[in-house]
Ligand binder design. Structure first.
Ligand SMILES: [Zn+2]
Length: 146
């Protein structure tokens, strides 16, 4: 004989519900075993997957701006004035003028601002060298003519 824990009525041994108040009694071990292991498995499978995918989603956009940042900083430079000077330099003295033209056309092919400024500096130096050489040659010819 068993007693209902709620109303203390006397019950048959194998009763699942109290015949007096209807309360559920002593759940069988098979019911407890089937319900317990299933519940912890769902969070163990779901949470690691969502955490990994979240990390990948947030990690990739964070890395891309770091690599893309330097590229928009290299804006095309207006080299028209420098190119005209280099062509005029080539008319005075051919070799420094051609070097200046090559350096000027290479300015906007550079991938960093530093390389761009370096090309522009060397193009200006070759322009100055060619112009000075050309003026010296003209002065020398004028001197010979006199
Ligand atoms: Zn009862």
């Amino acid at each position: 004989m068993a007693l209902c824990p709620y109303c203390s009525s006397e019950l048959p041994e194998n009763a699942k519900f109290c015949t007096n108040c209807g309360a559920p009694l002593n759940p069988s071990p098979s019911d407890a075993a089937s319900s317990l292991p299933e519940e912890p498995q769902y969070p163990a499978v779901d949470y690691p997957e969502s955490l990994v995918s979240d990390q990948e989603v947030y990690a990739r956009p964070a890395q891309q701006p770091v690599t893309y940042h330097p590229q928009p900083a290299v804006a095309p430079v207006n080299t028209t004035g420098l190119l005209i000077w280099a062509i005029i330099t080539a008319l005075f003295s051919l070799i420094p003028g051609i070097v200046a033209i090559v350096q000027t056309t290479a300015i906007n092919k550079q991938t960093t601002v530093e390389a761009q400024q370096q090309k522009m500096r060397s193009a200006k130096i070759w322009c100055i060298v060619g112009t000075v050489l050309g003026i010296l040659v003209i002065i020398g010819q004028c001197g010979n003519a006199l």
